[in-house]
Design a protein around this ligand. Structure first.
Ligand code: GLA
Length: 392
């Protein structure tokens, strides 16, 4: 569905539920990360782009300080979360999907934006697929609440606020990749972000002009950033940085890798090797895109997957089979995206090989008795924004 369609669904459902039109509709996209996985919380580099799939939030202010959220399911049914007084929000008070909007309201309350609101959510970002559906929801809610309050948008700051909602309210110790992608990506570009400095560069990425497509394979294997595996990797990286006497693993370059590994215990070496080589791969990927050679991303994607599988150990058999199937059918490269432990794979495929890749992935999943994966080609799309207003 297009951007306008999700906004319309949310606005229509809002009018049905509340008997009046919303004050505004804001939406935010899911993302894939071309490369740069588990580097963000190490102060490193990432290179995501926004998906066409988005989450829209139709919103109107309330005068009683209450946050009421309803979400429109794929079946057209509205599920309402229990309304909560924003003044009473505390971490742990709200669980499940409603914790995401509540977490954003909780953070904004601390920033002096505490007005109540009715929100109706509609979207088509696959949930639990490692495509950042939670951040799409949080970013759209943040823009909606700020928009209702008339607060001017400072996108990098909003990304930090959304991160705080995830970390301190929802309880997922995630980095800055997803929110920044959802808020700052632009159509036809990948976003090169240096997490330490906050510097960004919109890097043109037009795979189609080179006869290529980025195919997303949602393996439907469960993915969550709150299950403990993500936090354990993050803690390992922090311990390694401490032992090396650097602020973050970003400060170890490929040239200093061997020397750094020599100073570390066995269990931390693979983590550090992944982060350091992955940061380097991002820089090479950016150089390939700047040079107009997206085909050169192929080997980098493949190496990234091997590193995430063997060193960082966040892959699962479904991801490995999807990557292997894609490569066997002529993909130039493929890798898991996001936190791992399930979720999605991206494959860079010559357009004419796409159908064959999809067939092989499906056949290999069916042969193992796994649910059929969901596949779709992804083009870099627009970041978050207000939907019911023409761009100025
Ligand atoms: C999840 C987190 C991000 C990032 C990735 C791994 O998507 O939300 O902050 O750490 O995993 O790159």
């Amino acid at each position: 569905m297009t951007l306008a369609a999700q906004a319309r669904r949310a606005a229509t459902a809002f009018a049905e539920l509340h008997g009046s039109a919303p004050r505004g509709v804001w939406s935010a996209p899911g993302r894939v990360n071309l490369i740069g996985e588990h580097t963000d919380y190490n102060d490193g580099f990432v290179l995501p782009f926004a998906l066409p799939q988005r989450t829209a939030v139709a919103a109107a202010p309330r005068t009683d300080g209450v946050l009421s959220v309803a979400t429109l399911g794929e079946d057209g049914a509205l599920r309402r979360a229990d309304p909560v007084a924003i003044a009473d929000l505390e971490p742990g008070a709200v669980t499940g999907w409603a914790a995401y909007p509540a977490g954003v309201a909780w953070v904004l309350r601390g920033e002096g934006v505490a007005g109540g609101a009715d929100l109706v959510v509609a979207g088509d970002v696959p949930v639990g697929a490692g495509l950042s559906s939670s951040h799409a929801l949080e970013c759209a809610v943040a823009l909606a609440l700020l928009g209702l309050a008339g607060v001017p948008e400072d996108r990098p700051l909003i990304a930090r606020w959304v991160q705080r909602a995830e970390n301190d309210f929802v309880g997922a110790p995630t980095g800055l990749l997803d929110q920044t992608a959802s808020l700052l990506c632009t159509e036809a570009h990948a976003l090169f972000l240096d997490v330490r400095t906050g510097e960004t560069e919109q890097v043109p990425f037009d795979a189609a002009a080179h006869g290529l497509e980025v195919l997303v394979v949602d393996t439907r294997a469960h993915h969550s950033n709150t299950d403990g595996g993500y936090a354990a990797r993050r803690a390992g990286c922090e311990r390694a940085a401490e032992l090396l006497g650097v602020p973050a693993l970003r400060d170890v370059g490929v040239d200093g890798l061997t020397e750094a590994l020599d100073q570390l215990p066995d269990d931390l070496r693979p983590l550090v090797r992944h982060v350091v080589t992955e940061n380097d791969r991002v820089l090479h990927a950016v150089a390939a895109l700047r040079a107009g050679s997206p085909a050169d991303l192929g080997p980098l994607l493949e190496a990234s997957h091997a590193s995430l599988r063997d060193d960082y150990r966040v892959s699962v058999p479904e991801l490995d089979v999807a990557v292997g199937s894609a490569l066997a059918e002529g993909a130039l490269g493929a890798r898991m995206v996001g936190g791992g432990f399930g979720g999605s794979v991206i494959a860079l495929v010559p357009a004419e090989r796409r159908a064959a890749v999809e067939e092989r992935v499906l056949a290999n999943f069916t042969a193992r008795g796994w649910a059929a994966p969901r596949t779709f080609p992804a083009v870099p799309s627009a970041g978050a924004g207000r939907d019911d207003r023409s761009p100025t």
